[in-house]
Design a binder for this molecule. Structure first.
Ligand SMILES: Cc1cc2nc3c(=O)[nH]c(=O)nc-3n(C[C@H](O)[C@H](O)[C@H](O)COP(=O)(O)O)c2cc1C
Length: 366
């Protein structure tokens, strides 16, 4: 299953060390302005090798638009995007091609398909997420042009470190997408020590969508929160998703959690901007938990393809914390879901129009 979305459908293809990765976007409305250089910013935010805190694979990530765009605007026909892989070092994987790396998809792909491309993790590599980010550049553009929707994310935890303060302006000013500028030096030291130890750590990313109007989401089986959870969970290494307060609701009282409504708007946003699977008009807030990187130079036990015990030491270029680069990927999945849901809402309920009263977003969380 390599296709995502109902009306804004994105199909990705390609392997980590194949000649190219790409996607076909079907169902994009005509008239969205887009040029090859528009992809550079978000792809650069996701890319490896830009700081010492990510894998040192250096990919140019230049997008070629093969179809669906004419004179700088989408035509409504399938949009095909391709990025050539230019810095794959398959030699790094020769030693481990015959073993199942712990924490990786090697064993499950082998059991499912009976044949696999082991180079760089093949299709299970996060290289694939590049195309999600590319497709979402178009989704973000449309959402913003049409509704003023803005989707942005930040790292909310690395290992045991949490932000001490919050400022959106700090997020893009450091390699961690960290919302507390005063803490960045501490994080650099933390990450340097982690890299030196050969170990890895997990992370939490939060994405906030501003400007989502009330009404998006398709109960029962196409709920907005359900689709966001599925979308975030489809990202490599994600082991948990929260909507709004998420698992913290377990310890809350109803009197605290229900978001009260007053003439000046919603009084809180514990629900994450979604009720009954439909957006409320508040900020949509979701978080994803990323597991620590499995590829380590610290030896681990496993079996080889003959079922014999082996010691696995993973060489090559890896992210000591996969979450560090994953903020644009989480944003991308949120944008793809929102665009798809917006089109679905327009298809079924486009004639409903504005319904009163329209409750103001009120006290926003972020
Ligand atoms: C942005 C990003 C970068 C990643 N980089 C690495 C990496 O360098 N080394 C690694 O072992 N896993 C990395 N992963 C995670 C693996 O792709 C993933 O754990 C593996 O394919 C198994 O899938 P699962 O963890 O979703 O079950 C990365 C994930 C993301 C989102």
């Amino acid at each position: 299953m390599n296709t995502f979305g109902e009306l804004f459908r994105v199909t990705t293809f390609g392997e980590s060390h194949g000649p190219a990765i790409g996607c076909v976007i079907d169902g994009c409305p005509p008239g969205v302005t887009i040029a090859p250089e528009d992809f550079a910013e978000d792809l650069g935010r996701r890319a490896t090798g830009r700081t010492r805190h990510t894998s040192q694979r250096h990919e140019a990530d230049v997008v070629e638009i093969l179809s669906g765009v004419y004179e700088g605007r989408t035509t409504g026909t399938p949009i095909a995007l391709v990025i050539r892989n230019t810095d794959a070092k398959s030699k790094d994987y020769e030693d481990i091609a015959q073993t199942f790396r712990p924490g990786h998809a090697d064993y499950t792909y082998w059991q499912k398909y009976g044949h696999r491309d082991p180079r760089g993790g093949g299709r299970s590599s996060a290289r694939e997420t590049t195309m999600r980010v590319a497709a979402a550049v178009i989704a973000k553009r449309w959402l913003n042009d049409k509704f003023g929707v803005r989707v942005r994310g930040h790292l909310a935890q690395i290992g045991e470190v949490v932000p001490r303060s919050f400022d959106w302006n700090a997020v893009e000013g450091n390699p961690f997408f960290w919302p507390d500028a005063a803490q960045v030096a501490e994080l650099e030291t933390y990450m340097d020590a982690l890299r030196k130890s050969g170990d890895s750590v997990g992370a939490r990313i939060t994405v906030v969508a501003d400007g989502v109007p009330p009404g998006w989401g398709e109960p029962i089986y196409g709920k907005l929160d359900g689709e966001l959870a599925g979308a975030l969970m489809s990202i490599n290494a994600v082991k948990g998703v929260e909507v709004g307060d998420g698992f913290a609701v377990v310890a809350q009282r109803g009197s605290e959690h229900r978001d009260e409504i007053a003439p000046e708007g919603f009084q809180s946003n514990h629900a994450g901007g979604i009720l009954g699977g439909i957006s409320t008009g508040q900020q949509v807030i979701v978080s994803a938990a990323f597991k620590p990187t499995s590829s380590l130079r610290l030896p681990a036990r496993s079996l080889d393809m003959d079922g014999q015990p082996v010691e696995v030491v993973v060489k090559g270029r890896h992210d000591p914390c996969v979450g560090v680069r994953a903020t644009p990927i989480c944003e991308a999945m949120v944008a793809l879901v929102l665009m798809d849901q917006a089109l679905r809402h327009r298809a079924q309920c486009g004639d409903v129009g504005d319904v009163s009263p329209r409750i103001k977003p009120g006290k926003a969380k972020r």
